[in-house]
Write a protein that binds this ligand. Structure first.
Ligand SMILES: CC(C)(COP(=O)(O)OP(=O)(O)OC[C@H]1O[C@@H](n2cnc3c(N)ncnc32)[C@H](O)[C@@H]1OP(=O)(O)O)[C@@H](O)C(=O)NCCC(=O)NCCS
Length: 218
């Protein structure tokens, strides 16, 4: 499948989502890779990870970039040579990039019941507006909270940031599709706008799965 979704947020900010249905070979033949990426690809243990990595290069192509326009810093954060900001995510059969003149972060998460068990590891103030008794909505909201924190972390991946203690997601309704998040770190409070949306797909066994796409702008 080619491009699954494009979201144009404003004149400089764009999100592209790929649904990975191609084989490893098909993807590999469709992109060019620099030496660093070839080494990374060869070192990946799972084919799902390899296909996700390659599908991101297909997304680059959609916006006129190649792998040669990108480099990673020592923390693994991707940067574009032309100075535009980029963030990358992949989860199961989806991958996505966000491109902008502003600093941005993106995350895709599969909605899973398992998130309930680990909620107290990444959430705290957010429990004031969550209702565990409404199980489906609880899972959906926890997934937004987790994705928001990952997206903010991708913008400011400073050593010592704790999802639970330093990143706070404001109250939101699923229907609003946006919220705000504060990062309290090093004596400074930074504000982020968060947008999210959900979409469904089927796994290789035909089971329905729901995903949450979250992106953050500082
Ligand atoms: C780095 C991290 C944000 C990646 O997120 P993830 O959900 O595992 O994986 P995703 O697919 O969404 O994102 C992977 C992409 O993030 C990007 N990335 C990796 N490190 C990054 C960093 N330090 N800063 C920004 N982006 C980064 C890369 O582009 C990577 O994909 P690529 O290497 O194929 O290009 C995550 O592993 C992490 O370290 N999170 C913080 C851990 C934490 O504090 N957890 C709290 C537990 S309670």
């Amino acid at each position: 499948m080619p491009l699954y979704k494009t979201i144009v947020l404003n004149s400089s900010t764009k999100i592209l989502v790929w649904e990975i249905t191609e084989s490893y070979q098909e993807l590999f033949e469709a992109v060019v890779l620099n030496e660093n990426s070839l080494n990374r690809l060869n070192g990946m243990k799972s084919e799902i990870h390899q296909r996700a990595f390659l599908s991101v290069r297909k997304l680059f192509k959609e916006v006129g970039y190649t792998d040669f326009d990108l480099y990673y810093d020592e923390f693994g954060k991707p940067h574009l040579n032309d100075g535009k900001h980029i963030s990358i995510t992949h989860s199961h059969q989806f991958s996505a990039i966000i491109l902008s003149d502003e600093v941005v972060g993106i995350d895709i998460e599969l909605q899973r019941e398992k998130i309930i068990r680990i909620a107290d590891k990444f959430a705290e103030t957010e429990f004031s507006f969550l209702n565990p008794e409404e199980k489906t909505e609880y899972i959906r909201k926890l997934t937004v909270i987790w994705g928001s924190k990952e997206a903010v972390f991708k913008i400011r991946n400073e050593k010592g940031i704790s999802f639970k203690d330093h990143i706070k997601v404001n109250v939101f309704e699923m229907s609003n599709k946006h919220t705000k998040t504060e990062l309290h770190f090093d004596g400074i409070i930074r504000d982020f706008n968060i947008c999210f949306e959900e979409f469904g797909s089927y796994d290789k066994n035909g089971l329905e799965q729901n995903f949450t796409l979250v992106y953050a702008l500082e």
